[in-house]
Ligand binder design. Structure first.
Ligand SMILES: CCCCCCCC/C=C\CCCCCCCC(=O)SCCNC(=O)CCNC(=O)[C@H](O)C(C)(C)COP(=O)(O)OP(=O)(O)OC[C@H]1O[C@@H](n2cnc3c(N)ncnc32)[C@H](O)[C@@H]1OP(=O)(O)O
Length: 194
């Protein structure tokens, strides 16, 4: 049983977006957007350490190996952790559009259990854009990039200004992020090149 709710069906005025001319090249590894990010940061010992690569067109691929810290049932990945891997992969699609966006809605189908030690091969693509709404879809396969689907998701991301993070984030982390020259450069790049 699977399917998308009406909120994840692009409206009739949605368009197929174009890859931004300054998007990372196909095959290029897309670095972490924030060192403390649970999905992609190196600073989180039990994080997913997801490695994301730009694909062709509006696609992206990623890998994540399930660690003992990610268990729900004995020896199996927690469903919420798998959803996090899908969320992070889908969030990385923003780099292809050069927009800043946050997850508004995320619907996951859990198709097969994923044992600890398994590498999840993720693939995601943007399917449509309507104003600030970005529609996307992702799969996670086991046994290789062409293996059986274990999880899949559809999502709606909403474009926001960088102010979103500055306004809502806890001040101490914002301050540290502001003092990271690379983060500031990145934030500025988003502001002048939305
Ligand atoms: C110095 C610091 C520098 C920092 C630099 C940072 C760069 C970072 C780069 C990249 C970061 C990416 C991080 C990746 C991590 C993975 C992704 C995540 O997990 S993100 C976290 C989880 N998500 C949230 O925390 C969102 C919480 N929600 C909100 O903040 C708001 O609800 C928000 C922004 C999503 C929408 O609020 P509104 O007031 O701006 O807009 P409204 O009018 O409500 O919605 C706009 C349209 O979207 C639809 N919409 C909104 N939410 C929807 C929903 N849940 N379902 C369906 N439609 C929804 C609405 O119906 C509306 O549609 P109509 O224009 O009227 O057609």
């Amino acid at each position: 049983m699977s399917g998308r709710s009406a909120a994840l069906q692009p409206p009739s005025d949605a368009v197929t977006p174009v890859r931004h001319p300054d998007a990372p090249a196909p095959g290029e590894l897309i670095g972490s957007h924030y060192g403390e990010c649970f999905g992609c940061g190196d600073g989180q010992p039990h994080g997913l350490h997801l490695r994301v690569r730009a694909g062709e067109g509006l696609g992206i691929t990623a890998e994540f190996t399930v660690q003992p810290a990610h268990q729900g049932a004995p020896g199996l990945a927690h469903g919420g952790v798998l959803t996090t891997a899908l969320d992070e992969t889908l969030g990385s699609l923003n780099w292809l559009l050069r927009t800043v966006a946050v997850t508004g809605r995320l619907e996951t189908d859990f198709v097969r259990p994923v044992p600890v030690g398994t590498t999840l091969h993720l693939a995601a693509e943007v399917t449509a854009v309507a104003g600030r709404k970005i529609y996307s879809t992702a799969t996670g396969r086991i046994g290789g990039p062409g293996g059986p689907v274990a999880v899949r998701a559809d999502a709606l991301f909403i474009e926001v200004k960088v102010d979103h993070f500055v306004h809502h984030g806890r001040q101490e982390e914002i301050r540290v992020a502001m003092n990271d020259p690379d983060q500031v450069r990145r934030a500025r790049a988003f502001e002048v090149n939305p």
